[in-house]
Design a protein around this ligand. Structure first.
Ligand code: TRH
Length: 400
């Protein structure tokens, strides 16, 4: 495969990328380096699909780890250098210098989470007659400073190029979070009965059962919580997608593992292991449950759109740098709750993030208040606008 070099011309758009690809629309390249887990590619894949499907952009997505991608989109073959899925051209980003077979510079270039663009690509951007709109898509943070830095340009030290920092956020003046146009309609049309039969292999549990989904990292608080659910006065159905918390659930029930199809009961607690599903099917898990435990970035956002109470396992950082971010999210989400319910929510979220011991009854006695707040919060969050739409709007103003 010929590699690109400084000598290659800096072509515009993706005109020759794939026969049959739409020839109109804004050309956009997204570069994604997978650090760990599924969040980096999870966000980029969702954004890419939206820009292609809802905004008619010609999107190429460069990804350095197609195995993680394959888990979210089984149609992606990790052995292929180039392939198309959901209207997006996917390029295996072999090496930091790799830019595809031919060097083609898009109208809009998105570098996700500070991953470094290939040097050859940046210099070609600078040579392009009409300079591309270059954006660094940052990680989501609910902290107040984000609005001040959102859309700030940063001049390149060597080239006549500006990079704009695009900050997702939960408040006004930020880039918002991703939300597909059809999401609410799909949620309203959700068939709970069919979902239980298809995913869990049983009828939905009888009313009076609290259904809880748990997508989390390893967590020392889980044992206490499992004990509290086992001893609960009312039944609990726990849905556990296979992953990093599965080992602890298995140990609790004295099982070797807790994979897809696993089932175990102890006292009031019945737990069910679920397989990892392709990304567009993930939301249904959140709609099926009364309470969702989510983590990282993308599932945290989806839980908010699900309009159900949720508990966030934030991605842990050194020196507890994640704790102010957790509290910033709580400040938005808990806003408007009565003081007692708010304090109880905060205690429970803190305990799930290694600060204290969870108290299920104290937390869940506020269920009705939490449910109301979840719905109100989703409409407040929607007023910030969908991230893909906000990004496309900004890019278009720059391209004029
Ligand atoms: O996987 P995460 O923990 O991701 C990340 C990464 O650790 C990343 O490096 C870090 O910076 C970021 O968190 C903050 O959690 P997240 O973001 O929720 O991503 C999980 C994705 O997996 C999300 O898109 C939903 C998807 N998913 C499925 O598609 N199917 C499933 O069955 C499940 C359980 C999840």
């Amino acid at each position: 495969m010929p590699s690109s070099s400084e000598q290659l011309p800096a072509a515009s758009g993706h005109a020759s990328v794939e026969p049959g690809a739409p020839a109109t629309g804004i050309a956009c390249d997204i570069f994604c380096a997978v650090i760990d887990n599924f969040g980096d590619i999870g966000v980029c894949w969702r954004l890419a699909r939206q820009l292609a499907g809802e905004h008619d952009w010609q999107v190429r997505l460069f990804v350095d780890d197609l195995k993680a991608f394959h888990a979210l989109c089984p149609a992606v073959d990790p052995a292929l250098d180039r392939q198309r899925a959901a209207g997006v051209m996917i390029e295996q980003w072999h090496a930091p210098s790799h830019v595809g077979d031919t060097l083609q510079i898009a109208d809009v270039v998105i570098e996700a989470f500070g991953c470094e663009l290939p040097a050859v690509y940046v210099s070609a951007m600078a040579r392009r007659e009409k300079k591309p709109v270059w954006m660094n898509l940052e990680y989501l943070s609910a902290q107040d400073w984000v609005a001040d830095f959102h859309l700030r340009p940063s001049p390149h030290p060597r080239y006549a190029l500006n990079k704009t920092f695009f900050f997702p956020g939960l408040g006004p003046g930020t880039g918002g979070v991703l939300k597909e146009r059809a999401l609410d309609a799909e949620r309203r049309a959700f068939d709970r009965n069919a979902w239980w039969h298809a995913r869990v292999g049983i009828a939905p549990p009888p009313s009076g059962t609290t259904v809880i989904s748990m997508f989390a990292y390893e967590n020392p608080a889980v044992d206490t919580l499992l004990e509290q659910w086992r001893d609960c006065a009312t039944p609990i159905a726990l849905l556990v997608p296979q992953g990093r918390i599965s080992g602890a659930v298995a140990r609790f029930f004295g099982l070797p593992d807790f994979q897809a199809g696993a089932k175990a009961t102890s006292g009031s607690l019945s737990a069910y292991g679920l397989g990892f599903v392709e990304q567009p099917l993930f939301d249904a898990l959140l709609w099926a449950a009364d309470l969702n435990f989510v983590r990282g970035e993308d599932s945290f956002v989806r839980a908010q759109w699900a309009q159900k109470p949720f508990v966030w396992h934030i991605y842990p950082q050194g020196d507890d740098a994640h704790l102010p971010k957790l509290d910033a999210a709580l400040a938005h989400y808990a806003n408007g709750l009565p003081d007692k319910a708010r304090a109880s929510l905060e205690r429970f979220w803190h305990a799930w993030n290694s600060a204290g011991t969870p108290d299920w009854n104290d937390f869940w006695q506020n269920r009705a208040l939490l449910e109301r707040r979840a719905a109100d919060w989703a409409s407040e969050l929607a007023s910030v606008g969908d991230l893909a739409g906000n990004l496309a709007e900004f890019a278009k103003t720059q391209l004029k």
